[in-house]
Design a protein around this ligand. Sequence first.
Ligand code: SF4
Length: 112
Amino acid sequence: MQKKNTIGRRELLRRVTGYGAATVGLLVLGSSAGCGGEDEGPNCNDTSGLNPQQQSTRSSLGYVAVSPHGAQKNCANCNFYTAGGANQCGSCTLLPGPIASEAYCNSWAAKA
Ligand code: SF4
C-alpha cells in the first residue's frame, strides 16, 4: 500500500503557526536593530550628555522638538542655527546640545 503524501490539519496548523511566529520574531528583531526605515534620522532629543545647567537652559528657552509654527519658524530658518552634516543634528549658538532642524525655541530669530 502506498503512503499518501499529505499532512493532517494538526500538522498543517503547527507548521503555519511555527512559520508565523518565526516571521514575527524576525520582524521584531529587525525593527529593534534599527534596520528598516529610511526616515530614521539622528536622535536630536538625547540630552543625556548635557549637565543639569545646560539642560535647564534648553528648557528655560522653551526648546521643543517640533516647532508649533511648522516650517514658518523652526530652527532650520533661525539665525542661530547651524546645520549638521548628513544624518547629524545641527547646533545652536544659544542652546547647548543637539538641535533638530524642525525644532523651535522662544529665542527664534529670522535668518539675517
Ligand atoms: S535659537 Fe531656538 S529656534 Fe533658533 S536655532 Fe536655537 S533652538 Fe532653534
